[in-house]
Design a protein around this ligand. Sequence first.
Ligand SMILES: [Zn+2]
Ligand SMILES: [Zn+2]
Length: 316
Amino acid sequence: MPEMKFVSRRDWGARPLVSPASRNITPAQGGVSIHWEGSKLGEYAHDVCDDRVRGIQRFHIDRRGWADVAYTALVCRHGFVYEGRWIGRRTAANGTNTGNDGWYAVCAIMGQGDKATPEMKSGIKAAVEHLWAKGARRRVNGHRDHLATDCPGNELYTWLRAGMPVGGEPEPPAVEQPLKRMCVLGSREGERQTVAAGAAESVRFAVEFVDPDDLHEAEGASVVPRAAGEYVLWARATLDGLRRGDRVRLRFSRHAADRGFVSEIHGEDRLGHGRALDTSLHTIDRLVPADRLHFQIVNPNDYPVTVVSSEFRLAR
Ligand SMILES: [Zn+2]
Ligand SMILES: [Zn+2]
């Protein structure tokens, strides 16, 4: 068992919690799921790692509205294991209730295009074995085993499926998993988008977490499916300013390059309750490459509403 280089919450400067995450987790029935942070981080130095973990915690609490950083533990490229929600706390990272009810979540602080260092792999393995020793079922999987996502990337996924070999143990053959066509986009942190009174606005996405096929043009609202087929569409938005009892409509829509909006693919109304509204929309639809897909907020009210953060996923 590799030795665990542990960084406690006090050591990394975790924020004190108003209300800690739920204790409702049964890891003896699940196991441990591996994640990555998602965006390309490059070869960062260890003196930024505390700050990165604090940033992830801040994002999860302030932007997602979660009780704490979503992960049980986080591992940097230098192999340090950062204490997240830790043992006995339900996670918020695995994307499904079943995933969060039963599986711990360990996040590799790396993303698309980064390579996992041997130290990082040792750290992940040490964290997983520690969680196994503390009662998690001796199973490990990837976030993508819970739902359609690229997380934790092909390299880590292949490695964990091969039993997490480290330090001289034979490396798994570099088998590229056939990647689902997948696109995960987000708004830039802190960027707000106003939807004027009576307007329909396409939500802009400026951060590409996953988009190997270039389905999304940089800094835009359009996602263009590369091949015809059935796609899962999922989008989330946090809206500010919608008054209690008033409605907005969320919709996926088809657009034409020259004519703009063509038709609604799927839409649903959402009711304001006087606080920031965190809401999502999903559907499955057949799309063709000529479709320019948008996620729109339609505001029928006589005052503007603001998109505080948003996320979009397309998968097939
Ligand atoms: Zn993940
Ligand atoms: Zn580090």
